[in-house]
Design a protein around this ligand. Structure first.
Ligand code: H2U
Length: 349
């Protein structure tokens, strides 16, 4: 029997994380009788006087959010880490390791209007968001080893606030995900003398099977090893280690890539597509030099599987043994590629 990736179960290796994923395309035919989610089609009002992220509204801290007109950054009133924390007692016991952490958490509003998303914003507005991310990286990266910029979109992803925003958590240590990516990219660089993700982009551009969108400077693709059904990566065509190295032209193209991708996401199930997304680049802190093995990239992790109401659960075999997907990354890429670049809410205009 000849192997056909879209029919036969197989496993794929993620070289960035050093782990395998089980792909079971034959399961696409199974019926679904499980939990369905509520779809939120209404984008809500432009201004909500009860939403603390809206211009002029008073936050939990008692501080008033200013009447901002573009992006706005403030210190999270409920931070996960603190700048000054006492060190726990030193422990040499390998079974009970504990270390102190320092960090700071910020919230960044993308836009003064509550009823927009990246997919509905224009390129200049998205460029302002990117500019603000770069400023934050430069500022926080002076002190902190890791600056994690991430957007949780939609209640399905645990987002507690409808206003377009992201969070920026900066910490004194390299968290697990970037830590493992650092090790694997370094090992690849030592072995092959090239950054892993530059080799990867080159191969994907030749293969063309998993590309969702590309322009002169960026490629959006469903990675060969994707876990989430419509997981994507945004990769530069030029070697860039961190977001602050992006030129103005690259910023415009990155804004366009983000807009096209999120528009395709929304169009796929005619919904405001939920996801967690974020950026990974070389670590920061006291020394920005070195790290030639790193390539800056974006990751979008959306939970939806079959429709706006059916989400993928990471459970069972996945929690106890190994992550698994039904739809192949090639099929997911094709479905996204075929979606229009015009948002469904704007298509009749
Ligand atoms: P999420 O919707 O992704 O949870 O982000 C909203 C963040 O905004 C959340 O981390 C913060 C919450 O702590 N927040 C404030 O800092 N002040 C407020 O008055 C409301 C929300």
């Amino acid at each position: 029997m000849q192997f056909i990736a879209s029919e036969h179960p197989h496993k794929r290796y993620n070289p960035l994380k050093g782990e395998w994923i089980l792909v079971s395309p034959q399961r696409m035919k199974r019926p679904w009788d499980g939990q369905t989610e509520t779809v939120y089609c209404d984008m809500g009002p432009e201004f909500d006087p009860t939403n603390p992220l809206c211009p002029g509204v008073v936050r939990s801290s008692g501080e008033q959010t200013p009447f901002y007109t573009s992006t706005y950054v403030f210190k999270n009133d409920f931070p996960a880490m603190l700048e000054n924390t006492p060190e726990p007692p030193l422990s040499n016991d390998p079974l009970f390791r504990i270390e102190g952490v320092q960090g700071t958490c910020r919230v960044m509003c993308f836009h003064p209007k509550s009823n927009v998303t990246i997919s509905l914003m224009n390129i200049d507005e998205i460029k302002c968001v990117i500019d603000c991310w770069v400023e934050q990286l430069k500022d926080l990266g002076k002190q902190y080893t890791w600056v994690q910029i991430f957007e949780n979109k939609g209640t399905m992803m645990g987002c507690s606030n409808h206003h377009p925003h992201c969070q920026i958590w900066s910490c004194s240590f390299l968290p697990n995900e970037p830590h493992i990516k650092d090790i694997n990219q370094k090992n690849y660089f030592v072995k092959y003398g090239r950054p892993m993700l530059m080799d990867y982009v080159e191969r994907e551009l030749k293969a063309k099977e998993r590309i969702v969108y590309e322009n002169s400077n960026w490629v959006v693709l469903v990675p060969f090893w994707a876990i989430w059904p419509y997981e994507t990566m945004v990769l530069p065509k030029r070697w860039i280690k961190r977001m602050n190295e992006i030129t103005d032209d690259e910023k415009t193209d990155l804004a366009l890539s983000m807009k096209v991708l999120t528009t395709k996401y929304d169009n796929l199930f005619k919904t405001s597509f939920p996801y967690s997304m974020g950026w990974h680049g070389a670590p920061t802190g006291s020394n920005w030099d070195g790290y030639d093995h790193w390539v800056f990239h974006g990751i979008y992790l959306p939970p939806l599987l079959r429709s706006a109401t059916i989400k993928k659960f990471i459970s069972g075999f996945e929690l106890l043994a190994q992550c698994q997907r039904d739809l192949t990354p090639e099929q997911a890429a094709e479905r996204l590629r075929l979606q229009s670049d015009v948002h469904y809410l704007h298509s009749d205009k």
